[in-house]
Design a protein around this ligand. Structure first.
Ligand code: DX5
Ligand code: ZN
Length: 214
């Protein structure tokens, strides 16, 4: 399993050490949760933090944009060193237009769906999409309880296989060893985790998630 630690729960006083530790113990990428206080009722980080993280690691950075107008800000995040921009289906923007622009600019993107969004609503957007991020909490806060989206993961996994797509399935929210295992069995490729990884020994926590298999 690929593991993407979300730095939102890391000790920000020593962010570089935390990043290095995650890297040493097998993180596949880093997940950065950007919240604007509108799209979700919380505020977190902006492009300058992405720039700082970019200087601390060569692993891919995925930037999860929980903001009202990703179309206005994605360029700033791309310039700050993001490798893949994760865009919510629920954002009030023309997604096809946005994805076309990103493609033309050579940017990689993923599509994010909230727990209330059905997979069939987004299946025709997957072609050309690197990642389908299935939220297993209502976005806004780390440390929430996993909402069972395993049927949605299985449905997406079967669709991707049947249609020969290269989209990876990522799951975000309430991931720990038990919910990570369920998600992996259902077909997840990548697990995002914030509070589980950073509230314990990073080596053990990343290691245990990494060893999960489908
Ligand atoms: C939720 C964020 C998640 C979250 C994960 O809005 O997108 O990435 O911080 O936190 P945990 O792993 O603690 O649920
Ligand atoms: Zn996230």
């Amino acid at each position: 399993m690929l593991v993407s630690p979300s730095i939102i729960s890391s000790d920000l006083r020593v962010l570089q050490n935390q990043i290095e530790e995650c890297e040493r113990h097998g993180a596949a990428s880093f997940h950065l949760d950007v919240m604007d206080g509108h799209f979700v009722p919380n505020l977190t980080m902006g492009p300058d933090i992405v720039k700082a993280v970019r200087k601390s690691t060569e692993l891919p950075l995925e930037v999860h944009l929980m903001i009202d107008r990703p179309d206005r800000y994605y360029t700033k995040f791309a310039e700050s060193g993001s490798d893949i921009l994760l865009i919510h289906y629920e954002s009030p923007v023309n997604l096809r237009g946005l994805f076309n622009n990103m493609k033309n600019e050579g940017l990689k993107y993923g599509l994010v769906i909230n727990p209330g969004t059905e997979f069939r609503e987004v299946s025709d957007l997957l072609d050309g999409t690197e990642i389908l991020l299935i939220m297993s909490v209502h976005p806004g806060f780390s440390g929430q309880k996993f909402i069972d989206v395993t049927d949605k993961i299985s449905e997406a996994s079967a669709f991707i296989k049947d249609n020969g797509l290269g989209t990876k399935i990522e799951v975000d929210g309430g991931i720990n060893l038990e919910t990570g295992k369920k998600s992996a069995k259902a077909g997840a490729d990548i697990l995002v985790s914030a509070s589980y990884i950073f509230s314990g020994t990073i080596k053990e926590r990343i290691g245990s998630l990494k060893r999960l298999t489908r």
